[in-house]
Design a protein around this ligand. Structure first.
Ligand code: ZN
Ligand code: ZN
Length: 369
């Protein structure tokens, strides 16, 4: 096992990552030090790497450690930590999944129970590299978890490959579908079959959706969507006009339209089309377009007349992460949950970003060894 703490430093778009050795953070009271085993490249990090829009502001001459969709095992426990957030005893060596941000617990959002909307959640990701805890991102061998960062033990039947997406993509989907109350007998449309979309197919079925209709234009994603539970897929290369896709959804739902439509394409241009797929009383869930600065067309009169609503979810609360892990454990072996990522060693981080950016790989997972 590595006794050094290698970390991949990002400086600015176009400049290659640099691997540097940093100290391993000593755990303080109530926290723990995690040995990262793998960390995925999330869509948000691709935006930073490319320098899209406001993501340019992340660049820093000192270097910053990216990475948040990750998993690992306990390297060292801080004083007073002997249980996970579900009360299970925890020891060094235990595999865990963790909330990558830290709700403060005492702001206006937190005291209202909306810890996912905490104003200070992401403060732990900022700070100088030469100051404890040194590493503030998961593209490294070791990471410090602060008190208030929820973490759960990972059951033995859930592999690292399966659980690595739990603390970002999967937990967000769990919280989102809860927010729009996907229920027994619902008609659900998933716009986009990347990581979030594939999980959304499976979670919608788990919640009792009568029919899941998934939309994408890449063969591999469409077939994965079917294996994750989609009842119908719409290939937008063949059904090329938005109007035709809206019609297709109406046809598949007996003329009623969808109860829930989920946007996980990450492109605001698809939202109006998705809204038009909704039926009476329908709910639209926005999760894909997570950066400010774009807009979409909307007919508010249609929303009002049809009693529809739009919801948005960016992160998640602690219980959604626990539910995500339970979901993985229940479906290990029956769903292709370990086929969502493609492995790269940490040293090949530049290649991993380039491949994911070019669409040569589904979701790159950096493996620390
Ligand atoms: Zn993410
Ligand atoms: Zn707060």
């Amino acid at each position: 096992m590595s006794q050094a703490n290698r970390a991949a430093l990002f400086f600015e778009p176009g400049r290659p990552f640099e691997i540097r050795e940093l100290p391993i953070p000593e755990p303080r009271r109530g926290g723990l030090t995690l040995r990262i085993t793998r960390a995925n490249i999330c869509g948000s990090e691709l935006h930073i790497w490319r320098g899209d829009g406001r993501f340019k502001e992340i660049a820093t001459p000192q270097g910053r450690i990216l990475g948040h969709e990750a998993t690992g095992f306990v390297h060292a426990l801080g004083e007073g930590v002997d249980q996970d957030w579900n009360g299970a005893p925890v020891r060094e060596g235990d595999r865990i999944a963790y909330q990558y941000f830290r709700p403060c617990g005492r702001c206006r959002s937190c005291i209202r129970g909306s810890t996912e909307a905490c104003r200070d959640s992401f403060a732990i990701q900022r700070g100088p590299l030469d100051e404890w805890p040194y590493v503030r991102g998961a593209f490294a061998d070791y990471l410090y978890l602060h008190p208030n960062q929820a973490f759960f033990k990972v059951p033995d039947n859930v592999t690292d490959t399966m659980v690595v997406s739990a603390n970002c993509a999967l937990a967000q989907v769990v919280m989102g579908l809860e927010r729009v109350d996907v229920a027994l007998g619902d008609q659900v449309v998933i716009q986009g079959c990347g990581g979030l979309g594939l999980y959304a197919c499976a979670i919608a079925k788990e919640r009792g959706a009568a029919q899941v209709i998934a939309i994408d234009g890449i063969d591999e994603r469409l077939s994965m969507a079917e294996r994750m539970g989609a009842d119908h897929v719409i290939d937008f290369r063949k059904v090329s006009e938005p109007r035709q896709r809206v019609e297709a959804v109406k046809d598949l739902t007996g003329g009623w339209g969808a109860d829930v439509v989920v946007e996980v394409v990450g492109f605001a241009g698809v939202i109006n089309e998705g809204l038009r797929m909704l039926g009476l009383g329908g709910r639209y869930l926005e999760m894909g377009t997570f950066y400010p600065g774009t807009s979409f067309e909307c007919d508010p009169g249609r929303l009002v007349m049809q009693n529809q609503r739009i919801e948005a979810v960016a992160s998640y609360d602690a219980v959604s992460l626990q539910r995500a892990i339970d979901f993985l454990s229940r479906h290990a072996g029956s769903l292709p949950l370990d086929e969502v990522v493609v492995d790269y060693p940490l040293e090949c981080i530049e290649q991993a970003f380039a491949d994911q950016d070019a669409g040569r790989t589904r979701r790159a997972s950096l493996v620390m060894s």
